[in-house]
Design a protein around this ligand. Structure first.
Ligand SMILES: [Zn+2]
Length: 170
């Protein structure tokens, strides 16, 4: 059995803490992005990063995701393009290298995940193992195998349910 099936779903305001770690404030509880992504390091994944305002309002910077509007200047450029929305989808092998998270596609192109644009903005990060555990080892050999596959299927179902509930809010 290879890498374990894994999902990541965090949403909130991205920021750097005093130790320069990339964090997400999820309504008062902060998580480190590195802690969330580490289980997926080296795995083939699908990753999405986008602005995710609590309530989408097209008259506000980034649809309401931008925390810099009252300051009048946004590092992501909302003072010049108020309607700009971050929306990135990447598929490939996730690796932390050169002090940043990047995804290497099948053609060898490496793209940094543009977390800097998420800082100071209410955003959502989704990452999911790209392989299907139900297909990767489709011949269960023991009751424990069957139980493991069932547990993984349940985790996938719960993740997708949670994702749909989040998506419906937009
Ligand atoms: Zn902004």
């Amino acid at each position: 059995m290879g890498a374990e099936f894994c999902t990541v779903l965090v949403e909130g305001i991205f920021y750097r803490d005093g130790a320069d770690r990339l964090m997400v404030d999820q309504s008062g509880t902060s998580v480190a992005v590195a802690d969330e992504l580490r289980p997926l390091d080296g795995q083939e994944i699908l990753l999405a990063l986008h602005y995710f305002p609590l309530t989408f309002d097209p008259t506000l910077w980034g649809g309401g995701s931008c925390q810099y509007q009252s300051a009048g200047r946004c590092p992501a450029g909302h003072h010049q393009e108020p309607g700009k929305m971050l929306s990135v989808t990447l598929r490939g092998v996730l690796r932390y290298e050169d002090e940043g998270w990047g995804v290497t596609a099948a053609d060898g192109t490496r793209t940094f995940v543009p977390f800097e644009h998420a800082i100071g903005h209410r955003s959502r990060l989704v990452a999911i193992s790209a392989f299907n555990p139900l297909l990767a080892d489709a011949t269960p050999r023991s009751p424990a195998d069957i139980e493991r596959l069932r547990a993984e299927a349940t985790r996938l179902r719960d993740f997708l349910t949670q994702f749909q509930q989040h998506a419906r809010k937009v």
